[in-house]
Design a protein around this ligand. Sequence first.
Ligand code: NAI
Length: 718
Amino acid sequence: MAYSNFHFEVTDGVAVVLMDRHDEAMNTLGEEFVVELDQVVARLEEPDVKAVVIGSAKKDFLAGADVRMFDRFDSIEDAADALKAIHLIYDRIEALHATAGKPVVAAINGACLGGGNELALTASIRLCTDTSQLGQPEVQLGVIPGAGGTQRLPALVGVQHALEMIVTGRAVRPHKAKQIGLIDEIVPNEMLLEVATRRAADAIDAADAASSKKRSGSRPRLGDLTRFALEGNPAGRKVLFKKATEMMLSETGGNYPAPKRAIEAIRIGIEEGRAAGVAAEIRFFAELVATPESEALRSIFFAQNELKRDTGVDSDATPLAVDDVAVIGGGLMGGGIAAVSAINAGARVRIKEVDDDGVGRGLAYVDRVVAKRAKRRRLSDFEVDRIMNRVTGTKSWQGFGRTDLVIEAVFEDLELKRSVVREVESVVGVDTIFASNTSTLPIVEIARASQHPDNIVGMHYFSPVEKMPLLEVVTTEATSDQTVATAVAFGKRQGKTVIVVNDGTGFYTSRVLGPYTNEAGHLLSEGATVEDIDGAMKAWGFPVGPLLLADEVGLDVGAHIAEIFTDAFGDRMKGPDLLSALVADGRRGRKNEKGFYRYEKGKRKGVDDSVYGVLGLGPRRETDRSSIQERLSLAFLNEAVRCLEEGILRSARDGDIGAVFGLGYPPFRGGPFWTIDRMGAAPVVDALDRLADTHGERFAAAEMLRGHAADGTRFRQR
Ligand code: NAI
């Protein structure tokens, strides 16, 4: 029988099944795929099949569920039924070896995630390649593994490792997978199927596949002793679950229901047996799919996928090839930009600095990032050498003629940046693109120094560059589509999620923080404590509160930005100007260990209560958490809508992604526009009107928001 999503062949009793979804670039568990998998398994149950290899004809094994399916479930029962069907199929694959004595080898290449990893868990032998990634990322979509993962994974690798993988959602790399017993053997990609087929054939000859599995399962492994000490008895297990719960709560602030349910499903399986565990897993998954948290997280997932395909321009302009990059200024940002350009994008990078110290700092930054990745085995020695050979440093302008893209990250000073533009243009070709990493200066102002303003664009990165996922590409009216498309394409090569915004003070990401930070200042002036303000916004879901963020960014930088914003937007953006008073007191935040918080040897201690005196503020009083959250969040949401209204943002989708990936906006709220859609624009406008009555015009609702409130339209489509 011919299948449309599988290649199938039986040779000498070994059936080789290769997954190959005909309608998608990636294998996922779509409806049609699952129906056919059921037929494939029926074929494997026939007596001529003595052993099985399950692999993939694509570059990835199986990436998990087809997430679009989640939106099509009509009810919790409907979702549960879909899961039960997959469980039945997976149980039958497991029974091939556990009951019928036919060894099943999973030949894993590339991504093996979610339902893919759960499929691999049903096999008796698992091989992967040195580039495979194995994981259960379901919590990132607000659900839990739903095809047996909460039961089979702890049975294979132990409770501790299973908890870590399932609760964090982080994938493990081959070496770690082998160490914890998730993988039996790592094989070079070109030999994967050949070795897998050999292992399957060899296993037929073994007296009994089921008992051979037991033998291999009891091989002593690193850490087995601690594992048994902790997991082998009820008291030890209790400690494990308690620790996992504490860790999860401190990471999620209790805002995410899925990790909690995952821990619960694993515990039920361990304490009450697999049948009870499976029933809990299915029920929890089905309930979680319908939660607003999961819906919001899925919206981010889809938006991110859409952005991967978005060229950043509406025309069909194509990006120029970028092989040679120059980074001007090798400080904190330049060092990071050079690192991701060389490591992720594979470009040749030349760091231009003013003196030997600067050159040394820039190169050392790249070196540190590379060394860290090598230590985590994400780069081989060979790759390390190749990357470092691609990066050079210089004080002179010689040899810049071949540069495709220049990214400047010199000090935040308009005249300096203009002089850099002029110098660069005197040594590069007419097609070379010039990008500025400025965080506040309008790109159009920098472009005034240019002979080719169509080549000038903003590439606004976030610190630390090698970790923060967002890149905000900023365009002026003069920037050509080809320039934008090139910046976007190169940003993606650097591993970034890229949004394109129009030029304007603060672009999008810095600007939405303006009213939000100002509101924190107003609250302080009214008597709120630093603890209450930061605590409220952390509880709302931000990774840090606004005042700690100000310390991190630098109070001097913040004060400077506040000035620029007041000039550009007038009274609406005028805060109580507390930052400049703090700067006058010698407080620049974390970098000089003096700010809203106290620091000692790089470590943050508690709030520095002397700030109130420095600011001339009276005694503190307790402030209601929900009123802090309402004022700060609405200030943020309203400004986001203004950015869309004024065309700074191309779409609400970009606004959501920019806030989540650039500013740590709570992912379970889906971004500011998703939050408004969920609350309803009308209640948001009502709340803003009420706040405007009490606190003044700074809360005046954006016109576009009123429009949505009046006609009930959403900003984002589901
Ligand atoms: P930094 O002070 O760490 O680095 C600036 C570097 O530029 C220094 O190493 C300096 O020697 C070098 N430099 C100065 N003039 C130069 C010239 N004419 N030619 C070559 N090199 C020169 O500053 P940082 O934090 O890296 O910021 C750089 C730019 O990135 C600024 O425009 C800043 O606004 C922007 N930015 C900063 C962020 C941050 O979190 N620090 C975030 C996003 C953007």
